[in-house]
Design a protein around this ligand. Structure first.
Ligand SMILES: [Zn+2]
Length: 350
């Protein structure tokens, strides 16, 4: 039961009860009422014993001050769960009890091992729209469409199998993105985004790999900060994130992976060049949180600038999205032809 002092019962508060889905695994129902003239009361009926975490978040576009209430099943500790997996045991991770995240289909969890597994990670989603263009185009929608096209191309190729880290318009915390890629035993990880900058004339595609040290340019740093804010927008407590990330930086030997990520990035960049101008002619490096916890070659593709009117128009076009998806596909394929030295998972891992 939560009492909000000095708060009249707004439409938003009254509508809370309709936000609870019938298949929610933690919350049975939410009731709201005007308890006193200046006090609104929210009553959350839980399905079973639960752990609850309450914290506030400062304003970040497009939200004002927020009170966040996380409800977990009693026996679930997301941070411990993530750290356990990062300790290198080969057991598949426990299911993430996020009612909005669809579980991976079983057949993808035990794939045929002659196929290389590629995790495609469409950025943002749900409460986090990502960048928004002048025409109102939302990054989260565009990158999902490109990701779906890329998945179709990869799945048609007998050598590859793709999984989508996000397959609908819902929020996925960074930690869950990493968990899903690891659960699927992904050999490569491709995060897809669409850039934005305050100057409308800035344009071009970029490919990023993780940096061990600082960012390769001031712009790369600016961008990494922007993309890393996703958890904040989606309402994830920052306290949870810091130890996990600090830990992954400590116990993964990332140099070899970064080297392969740069190679993969170069192959993709070479193909994207045929479709769009490049923002930078080389693979840039920065500390993207989503790339940090992975020990497989991972890149982040900023397909084009949604803040540039011409590129926004392109990004909305299905034909152009197909071209972009195809260029990423060809880049992956030409990288794999070089028979990279990275240790792909083998049959024995299952
Ligand atoms: Zn983004």
């Amino acid at each position: 039961m939560i009492d909000l002092k000095g708060e009249a019962l707004s439409d938003e508060l009254q509508n809370l009860s309709s936000k609870v889905l019938s298949n929610d695994t933690s919350i049975k129902s939410i009731r709201t009422g005007q308890f006193k003239p200046d006090v609104s009361r929210i009553v959350i009926d839980l399905i079973g014993p639960s752990k609850v975490k309450v914290f506030s978040l400062p304003p970040i576009e497009p939200y004002g001050h927020r009170l966040v209430i996380d409800v977990y099943p009693n026996n679930f500790d997301p941070l411990a769960n993530l750290l356990k997996q990062l300790d290198g045991n080969n057991k598949p991770p426990e299911a993430v009890p996020d009612s909005t995240v669809k579980p991976l289909p079983k057949k993808l969890l035990v794939p045929q091992r002659e196929a290389i597994i590629i995790a495609i990670d469409p950025g943002h989603g749900g409460e986090d729209p990502g960048a928004i263009g002048a025409k109102g185009t939302k990054e989260k929608i565009i990158v999902l469409q490109i990701a779906q096209k890329l998945k179709a191309l990869l799945d048609k190729d007998p050598d590859m199998k793709a999984i989508l880290i996000r397959s609908g318009d819902y929020f996925v915390p960074l930690g869950t993105r990493v968990n899903k890629a690891r659960a699927a035993k992904a050999d490569l990880f491709i995060s897809i985004h669409a850039d934005a900058f305050r100057k409308k004339n800035v344009s071009g595609s970029s490919v990023f790999a993780l940096s061990e040290r600082g960012a390769s340019s001031a712009f790369a740093k600016y961008l990494a900060n922007k993309e890393n804010a996703a958890d904040l927008i989606g309402g994830v407590s920052i306290d949870d994130k810091e130890p996990a990330l600090a830990r992954t930086l400590l116990d993964l030997s990332q140099s070899a992976t970064i080297n392969d990520s740069l190679k993969l990035g170069n192959h993709v960049l070479k193909e994207i060049k045929k479709v769009n101008n490049l923002h930078k002619k080389y693979v840039e490096q920065a500390g993207f949180a989503v790339l940090k916890a992975l020990d497989t070659p991972s890149i982040l593709v900023e397909t084009a600038f949604i803040s540039n009117p011409g590129e926004e128009k392109n990004l909305r076009s299905a034909a152009y999205q197909n071209k972009l998806a195809n260029s990423i596909y060809l880049g992956i394929k030409s990288y794999l032809k070089t028979k990279p030295s990275i240790a792909f998972y083998t049959e024995e891992d299952f």
